[in-house]
Design a protein around this ligand. Structure first.
Ligand SMILES: CC(C)(COP(=O)(O)OP(=O)(O)OC[C@H]1O[C@@H](n2cnc3c(N)ncnc32)[C@H](O)[C@@H]1OP(=O)(O)O)[C@@H](O)C(=O)NCCC(=O)NCCS
Length: 108
């Protein structure tokens, strides 16, 4: 799907990336969601994923979306917290092609 890609950087140092998919296909609705992110191990636990997700929610609002689906592995505590801290409401936990997946909606 059409998507916007952003890097998280500090000066010229790459710290991570976050992707906003502008719409969902069947696979993304089931498992992948609108937004995916990762922070390099040396920069984790500084609040960067929480901050980056909040920034991208503003972008999503700008695209006219009224809610976004954000998913993570059922055992990915860090990602689940990142989503919950940004207002994610758990719809369900389901078996998907990515394994057991937590599916959250964030209202914009
Ligand atoms: C998930 C990920 C992006 C989180 O990035 P981060 O910048 O470290 O996250 P933050 O610092 O914003 O922390 C968010 C919350 O998760 C918690 N957290 C972070 N790492 C954690 C860990 N290893 N175990 C438990 N909780 C963790 C933080 O404490 C914080 O919650 P709190 O405010 O209640 O304490 C990062 O761990 C990562 O890149 N993981 C590998 C890729 C990945 O899983 N991407 C998501 C796919 S859905």
């Amino acid at each position: 799907m059409h998507a916007s890609y952003f890097w998280v950087a500090e000066a010229s140092i790459y710290l991570g990336a976050i992707t906003l998919r502008h719409s969902l296909n069947d696979f993304l609705l089931r498992a992948g969601g609108h937004i995916g992110y990762s922070i390099r191990p040396s920069a984790r636990r500084r609040g960067l994923a929480t901050w980056a997700l909040a920034e991208v929610l503003t972008e999503a609002r700008g695209l006219g979306l009224d809610r976004v689906l954000v998913t993570c592995g059922d055992d990915n505590l860090a990602s689940a917290r990142t989503i919950e801290k940004n207002g994610g409401v758990l719809e369900d936990v389901r078996a998907t092609g990515l394994g057991l997946t937590r599916r959250y909606w964030i209202a914009l």
